[in-house]
Design a protein around this ligand. Structure first.
Ligand code: ARG
Length: 559
């Protein structure tokens, strides 16, 4: 039930405060002592020329016919606090939550389309820890938007174009033998840079090979396609374990034959200017350096491809929103691209959103650089977390059935949760110790709490009529309040492109449940009480499971 909406309508119906200013002011109270929701009257003060305290008092006096689910209303220091009937709220929240079950994706289709560009790996480069955030933030947003009823298009905008591939082919034909792996490709890449420092002619050769890729030379293309296959097979192993999916792998090279149109269009719209032999769109006026479209040798750039790509996505998917989950280092790039789209006259430029995030490092490992070959591979991080989990299980619960599968779920979950738990823009240091702490604010803690609910429910299930009046003490009611905000939380995570809002919520919910669990006997003699407590346990279990699914976490029933 949408309590906020109902109370808002009720307040407005009193005619005491101006409607437009009042809508949107009502919030759920953080502290139960301040009621269940409240209206801060401060913003109304100016136009009403009345002190907030007076406004709250006036409203309270007019409220002689409270809606049935509101028990009382209080005016305190400029706030109007509404206290809900706990029994009524327990009933509507539990009914709604249990009705949803543990089925993921239950919202009706809303007819809107959202494109999400994430992970977007580079061919022949290691899939390293630096790709963790784009992959899991994008993967989580993908599920969140699906859950909210969007038509979601997940796109892996492959980095499969650029002069570096000329270098790789040069190295391959000089020093590469037999079948290649991701590791040997990295070695070739590193070796090229070492040798080219001494021998500049290698760079000429690299340019020659890149030309060959550009012109579709058979040898160059076959080898390059092979490299692409090797890379995708490797990253796919990680995607499978993380539960990440894509609907399109159209990367940079896909736009090769669409670039001329972009250049022609920019010219026709008088946006293109020559600058030192290159073609650019000047953006000084908007406080940015010019957007480079063609180099002096006529070669296209990253931005040229992104312009073609945005137009293609609009034409193909007719998106309502087009997200790019890419590190904050590319802030300027996206600002430039979106500005150029706007200058081209595309109203939908405002629907393109860069969703930036900070850097990840692993506790105790040095700086990362592909050129020097010093990288921490994502798959190694996952493997390490799973191995450490196995050791923990062997110590704590050696008889656990399905221990391999459970260790995989916990280890992967620890890494994913570790990446999703902080606000995305902050740089983060990943620590195995912290991520695998079953008592901390971690993925395993959520999984453990879910398994705890399952083990209670394995003993007994709620049946028949529930006596909601048994769920009104503070600890239990706190849980009801939490369950009630689930939908708002998911929506807010989507609106802000911030899965951490959901991770935070799930931790709070789990902590709240554990407090309830420790303070109340669920399986008890009073059948009426037991039934009500089982119902809330089931509602928490379902909500945890639903929410964990949205942040890519598996929910084992035993651990
Ligand atoms: N491959 C790029 C990188 O690793 C990210 C691509 C992001 N997507 C885009 N449409 N530019 O930096």
């Amino acid at each position: 039930m949408d309590y906020i909406k109902q109370i808002e309508d009720y307040i407005v119906s009193k005619g005491v405060v101006p409607e437009t200013e009042t809508r949107g002011l009502l919030v759920y109270s953080q502290d139960m002592n301040n009621g269940d929701c409240c209206l801060p009257c401060f913003k109304l003060s100016k136009s009403m020329r009345l002190a907030p305290v007076m406004i709250a008092n006036k409203l309270k006096d007019a409220m002689t016919d409270l809606p049935s689910f509101v028990e009382r209303v209080e005016s305190v220091n400029g706030y109007l606090n509404f206290y809900f009937s706990r029994t009524a709220m327990a009933q509507s929240v539990l009914d709604a939550t249990l009705d949803r079950g543990d089925k993921f994706g239950s919202k009706p289709q809303n007819g809107k389309t959202i494109c999400i560009d994430y992970s977007s790996v580079n061919i022949a480069k290691p899939f390293h820890i630096g790709h963790l955030l784009t992959t899991v933030i994008g993967g989580s947003l993908y599920r969140i938007y699906k859950y909210l009823g969007y038509n979601v298009v997940g796109i892996n905008h492959l980095g499969d174009w650029g002069t570096q591939f000329g270098k790789l082919l040069t190295a391959y034909f000089k020093w590469g033998k037999g079948e290649q792996t991701m590791d040997s490709l990295l070695e070739l890449y590193v070796r090229f840079h070492k040798e080219a420092e001494k021998d500049d002619s290698l760079n000429d050769e690299a340019r020659m090979w890149f030309k060959k890729i550009e012109t579709g030379d058979a040898t160059a293309t076959t080898v390059f396609e092979q490299f692409k296959k090797i890379t995708l097979a490797e990253v796919d192993k990680v995607y499978k374990r993380l539960g990440i999916v894509f609907d399109s792998y159209n990367g940079e090279s896909f736009y090769n034959d669409k670039l001329q149109d972009v250049v022609d269009e920019l010219k026709a719209k008088n946006l293109l200017v020559e600058s030192e032999g290159a073609m650019v769109v000047p953006l000084e006026q908007y406080g940015m350096p010019p957007c480079l479209i063609l180099k002096s040798d006529g070669a296209s750039l990253y931005a040229t491809r992104d312009l073609a790509c945005a137009e293609y996505r609009k034409k193909t998917y007719d998106f309502d929103k087009n997200l790019y989950v890419v590190a904050y280092q590319q802030n300027l790039h996206f600002k430039q691209v979106f500005k150029v789209l706007e200058l081209m006259g595309y109203k939908w430029a405002e629907d393109c959103v860069h969703v930036p995030f900070g850097m990840v490092s692993i506790e105790g490992s040095g700086a990362l650089s592909t050129r020097s070959g010093n990288v921490v591979k994502l798959i190694d991080v996952i493997d390490t977390a799973v191995e450490k989990t196995k050791a923990i299980i062997a110590e704590k619960n050696p008889d656990l059935a399905n221990s391999e599968e459970t260790a995989e779920a916990i280890g992967v979950g620890a890494v994913v949760f570790g990446a999703l738990c902080g606000s995305r823009i902050k740089d983060m240091v990943f620590s195995y110790e912290k991520a695998l702490n079953f008592d901390g604010e971690t993925g395993p803690y959520l999984q453990y709490t879910h398994a705890r609910c399952c083990s209670v429910l394995a003993k007994a299930q709620p049946t028949g009529k529930i006596d909601y009046g048994e769920l009104v003490d503070d600890d239990t009611f706190a849980l009801i309040r939490h369950l009630n905000s689930y939908d708002d939380i998911v929506k807010s995570a989507a609106d802000k492109y911030e899965p951490s809002i959901l991770t935070r919520y799930l931790i709070d919910l789990a902590q709240c449940f554990n407090k309830f669990y420790i303070g109340h006997r669920i399986i008890c003699d009073d059948k009426n009480v037991m039934n009500a407590r089982l119902a809330i346990t089931l509602a928490v279990k379902n909500t945890l499971k639903n929410g964990m699914e949205l942040i890519l976490l598996k929910a084992p029933e035993k651990m």
